[in-house]
Every structure is written in C-alpha cells, then in structure tokens.
Ligand binder design. Structure first.
Ligand SMILES: [Cu+2]
Length: 439
C-alpha cells in the first residue's frame, strides 16, 4: 500500500496527536522583536504616541538637515512563524514583515532602498500621495532596482494616516515571500485624544506544506499559514492595556488572495480611519468585526473598559488553523472509538506504526518544519485555534515588568459545570432534547 505514515497519522490520530506535540515546544522569541510594555510609550517631542508593532519593529531614522533619513535593505531572512515553523523568506532589514515606518505629517523623508535580493525589486508607498516618479511601479514609474543597487526615494508627507509599503515588481513572488510593511504618519495637529496604546498589524497569508521551507508564490487558494505581523498562533504576542486606556489598532492587509474579517471579543469599536484617510465622527458606527479587504487598511479604536483576556482573530474559521490537512473524511458526530482497531484490520502496517507512536519516540520528534493545526496552551485547557489569533489582555493594573499572564476571573464571573441543585432550582432538565422549561 502506498499510504505514508503522515497520511495514516492524519486519519487515525488527527487532532489529539498533533495537539500533544505542540504543547512540548518551547516558545522562542524573535531577537529584539517588540512585545507590549507595561506603561504606555511616552509621547515624543513631535507630539505623538509611538506605535507598537508586536513581533516586529519600527524603522529607525536619522535627521540630516531637517530631513528624516531611513534605510531599507531587502534581503533573505530566515523567519520564525511560530516555534517549530521556519520559513526561508524575503524581508527588509533582517525581519519579516519589514519594520514599520513612522513619521509625522509634513515631514520630509528620504528613504534609501538597498537590494540584497537575487532579483530586481521596487518599493511602492501604498496610499501615500507621492510624486509619480516616487510611486515605485516597476517599468511605469521607475526601472527596477537591480541586485546590489541602492535607490533613493524622497518626498514630503502631505497627509496623516495608516499606509503600507511593498514591491511593485513581480508582486506575486516578492509579496508571497514576505516583502511588505506598514507606514504610520501621525497628524501634525491631532484633533482627538491621543491613544494610550497604538498597535500596528499587517495581515498575511502563506502557502507552506509541512516539511517545506520556502513559501510557495504559485499558490492561488490553499494558503495554510495565516499571520498577524508574520506570526501564527501560538507564535503571536498578546496586546495589553490598562483599564480605561484608549486603544487603537491599525490593521493592514496585503494577503495575496484573501480578505480578513477581524473580530474582537468583549468590545465594540469604531473604524476611525482607512488608508484613504479619516472617517468623520458623524459617519462612524459601532462594530465588533471589521472586514479588512486585501490592499486596505482599517483602523479601529475603543476604550479598554472591560477587564479580561479577549480573543481577537480572523472570523474565517480556516484562517485560525495552521497547515490544515485536507482529504480527511468528515467524522464530525461519528463514534470513532473503534476507528484505530478497525483501521488495523484493513491496513496491516498500521500495527507497526501505532506501536512506534505509542512508544513515544516517534511522537517526540516534531515533523521537519511543521506546527500543529491548532493551538497553544491556555489557562483553562488547550486553545483550539491557530493562525490569525491573539489576545488583548486588559488589566486593572498591569505588572511593572514581565509577563502579564492570564486573567484571573472572579469566581462568580467564571463559566463552570452546573450543579444538580442549581438545575433543580431553575427547573432545567439535562435529559430534555428540546430544552423546554417548565411554565
Ligand atoms: Cu482571514
């Protein structure tokens, strides 16, 4: 029989085996990547609250004769999507996605782009009102930047808002490998209150079968790694906020083929901005999910007045999975307790494989470059989600330093098994099929 071990494992031991595997891997933080700090970042001399790109970085600049000078270097990056899953990607300044460019409306910026890739590239400034010759469309606004060359882009930031950057040359390949990043331009004269927390996310999608190291740019539909700032849960860092703080979340999407409805638990927010500019206060409405189409930015804001650990995730259920296996029969609702025994009757080599699995040594070895389809360890069991999932952790008081940890819900606010007494008092019959209550 041509059935491989992986296929058999996929059918017989599906979730449980893979879940067990994931729990044993240690969390490895990327070097120098940003996590959420205890205190809000101090307001800068230019009067803005700096953004936080979790699991990413902000691009440093240098002032030269009143000009903000940046340097972006496109090159190969070995990137960790989550502990156990590395990708041979393309990025800027040694990270995937590229660092967030942050400036202020009216700033004059000069951005040098050095190409250390093996292919020509350009950089397009998505949403920015730049002179035509600075727009970065290969063949249209400029000739491509050849490997080894450094190009100079220069313009004045005439707007404020949230924008993106990416190559506009061989987009399909270069963006699939990770070349993209966010741009935040703060207003020169802010009209509303400044946020206390200002988080920046780039949504992304990748095609990487287990055991493969290079994201596949040819994929059209079957993206199996869905990321927030190029990290898939359980590799995503949590956002934090202290009770009463104003939280802003800027979400850009440069996924190849998908839009992402991003849903936040515990809150309603308003969309205050897109990559086209600010939404007038009178035109905003409350939402709990914001659809971020590819090639778009949505910025949401709310007051963190509900303490707890709150999920924030894409609401496409296949986008909160990692490296999903397909071609598996639908066993939802089926009694599968005899499955392994029956399978062994029909697949003789299954015995041997199961023995190897039971002995432990097979299961202790992670697959070569692959992560479980679902999850990470939570405070009350296993969190059965992956991909575009993280948490917002709101506390009355954040610890001065170190991990925020998990929310300790007051006992009376915690869902739990119902007692027989409670059921009787409330007239609830657990054996009822209709859920009908006595009059
Ligand atoms: Cu999605």
């Amino acid at each position: 029989m041509g059935t491989t071990r992986r296929e058999l494992m996929g059918r017989a031991a599906l979730g449980a085996a893979l879940v067990g595997l994931g729990a044993r891997w240690a969390h490895a933080e990327g070097e120098g990547m940003e996590g959420a700090g205890a205190a809000p970042k101090p307001i800068t001399a230019q009067g803005y609250r700096p953004t936080t790109t979790l699991d990413g970085k902000t691009l440093p600049y240098r002032m030269v004769d009143g000009v903000k000078v940046f340097h972006m270097v496109a090159g190969d990056v070995e990137h960790e999507f989550a502990p156990g899953l590395l990708g041979r990607c393309w990025g800027y300044n040694g990270i995937v996605h590229g660092p967030t460019i942050e400036a202020v409306e009216g700033d004059h910026v000069r951005i040098y782009v050095t190409n250390k890739l093996s292919a020509p590239t350009t950089v397009h400034w998505h949403g920015l009102f730049v002179p035509s010759g600075m727009d970065g469309v290969g063949g249209l606004s400029q000739r491509p930047i050849e490997p080894g060359e450094t190009f100079r882009y220069e313009f004045t930031l005439r707007q404020h808002g949230t924008f993106m950057y990416h190559p506009h040359h061989d987009e399909m390949t270069q963006m699939a490998l990770g070349l993209m990043g966010m741009i935040v331009v703060h207003p020169r004269e802010p009209k509303g209150p400044l946020p206390d927390r200002d988080y920046v996310y780039m949504l992304g999608e990748w095609a990487m079968d287990p055991g493969v190291w290079r994201p596949d740019p040819n994929e059209m539909k079957d993206f199996n790694i869905l990321t927030l700032n190029a990290r898939a849960f359980p590799g995503t860092s949590p956002m934090v906020a202290q009770l009463g703080e104003r939280v802003r979340i800027r979400i850009g999407n440069l996924s190849a083929m998908d839009h992402h409805p991003i849903h936040l638990h515990g809150y309603a927010f308003e969309v205050i901005e897109t990559d086209g500019g600010q939404v007038p206060t009178s035109a905003r409405w409350p939402e709990t999910t914001v659809l971020v189409p590819t090639g778009s930015v949505r910025v949401v804001e709310f007051i963190a007045d509900n303490p707890g650990d709150w999920a924030i995730h894409c609401h496409m259920t296949h986008h909160i999975m990692n490296q999903m296996g397909h071609g598996v029969p639908n066993t939802a609702g089926v009694d599968v307790t005899q499955f392994d025994e029956r399978l062994m009757e029909h697949v003789p080599e299954m015995n041997e494989i199961m023995e190897a699995m039971m002995s432990g040594d097979d299961m202790d070895k992670p697959p070569p470059n692959g992560i479980p389809m679902i999850g990470g360890t939570g405070p009350r069991g296993y969190i059965t989600m992956g991909g575009m999932f993280t948490t917002l952790r709101v506390r009355e008081r954040l610890p001065e330093s170190g991990d925020v940890g998990w929310y300790d819900a007051p006992a009376e606010t915690q869902a739990r098994p119902a007692s027989a007494d409670e059921l009787r008092t409330d007239g609830v019959d657990p054996t009822s099929a209709t859920g009908e209550l006595p009059p």
